[in-house]
Design a protein around this ligand. Structure first.
Ligand code: NAY
Length: 291
């Protein structure tokens, strides 16, 4: 079984102006993450992939393209979560058959699901697939919180091997590390990679790693070698960059930065907005400033 630890780029979606999948661009982004960024893994179908705006067939096509392009060059984790539980079950089987190394699922969102509903959701997704599940925990977007005690109940299922922890509460992260030394914890906020690494995460999954992989790798390696002051310098520059990216529009700006490197990263999918001339111009400035 392939190692799941390490740094993952959350794979961007690449779309044409009419919203259809830009397969050529998607393949270029995947290769860039493997050959240039030297990522350990790709997280396919997450928020960064604009997944929650796609049809089941489109999600499947992106999973297929990623596997076909990456082959076994990189660890592949597929985000299959959806509030359509039947779709999640179908996607979990689909990616497992394709040979993905692990699956992940966002907590069910929109309705205020209770813990027993959340537990039933994860149990159902993993029931008929022989794979490893990483819970995608992102309470600020889903509105669903899970306590450390509730995580312990979810982790009773041996197929549930870890969590992608996208929360800025380092007390909770420390409690999670303490409570689950054998489970995998992936940090989900790129701007907090250094403190999360100090607390002993097993890896990280980020949107900005598509363009800022070298700095992310430096932060991760320096922090693990206890060279905290040096890691902090790199985190400072990284956070200046992330602040500029967030101000200009997160996923679109990352794609425009890739475009500066000759990658046809394409547009965002509506209802995300189309690029304006100002946004393009600002992305060029950001590129000059940091790369
Ligand atoms: C996903 O599903 O693609 C992720 O969660 C990747 C992690 C990113 N979270 C989101 C919601 O985009 O990289 C982060 C995030 O973009 C970054 O830290 C900037 O805030």
């Amino acid at each position: 079984m392939r190692e799941l630890k390490g740094l993952y780029s959350a794979l961007l979606g690449a779309f044409h102006e009419d919203g259809s999948i830009n397969e050529k661009g998607l393949r270029q982004i995947i290769r860039h993450n493997i050959d240039h960024n030297k990522m350990d893994g790709l997280y396919v179908g997450g928020s960064t992939g604009e997944n929650f705006m796609l049809s089941t067939d489109e999600k499947k096509r992106i999973f297929e393209i990623a596997k076909d392009e990456a082959k076994n060059d990189i660890t592949l984790m597929a985000q299959v979560g959806s509030i359509n539980l039947k779709e999640s079950v179908e996607l979990a089987k689909f990616v497992t058959d394709l040979g993905y190394d692990a699956i992940s699922a966002v907590t069910p969102f929109y309705y205020k699901f209770g813990f027993e509903e959340v537990r039933h959701y994860y149990e159902t997704i993993v029931a008929d697939v022989d794979t490893r599940m990483v819970i995608y925990f992102i309470p600020f977007l889903t509105g669903v919180n899970i306590s450390v005690e509730q995580f312990a109940k979810l982790f009773e299922n041996k197929k549930i091997v870890g969590v992608k922890f996208t929360q800025g509460d380092f007390y909770v992260l420390e409690r999670m590390r303490r409570a689950f030394p054998d489970k995998l914890i992936f940090a989900g906020f790129d701007e907090m990679l250094l403190p999360a690494t100090v607390l002993g995460i097993d890896g990280a999954i980020g949107s900005t790693y598509n363009v800022n992989a070298a700095r992310a790798r430096q932060i991760y390696d320096l922090a693990r070698a206890n060279r905290i002051a040096e890691a902090l310098e790199v985190q400072h520059v990284t956070n200046d960059l992330i602040t500029d990216i967030l101000d200009n529009g997160l996923y679109g700006t990352i794609k425009l930065l890739l475009e500066e490197q000759g990658i046809e990263a394409g547009c965002c999918r509506a209802p995300m907005k189309a690029y304006t001339p100002e946004m393009r111009a600002r992305a060029k400035e950001i590129y000059k400033k940091y790369f």
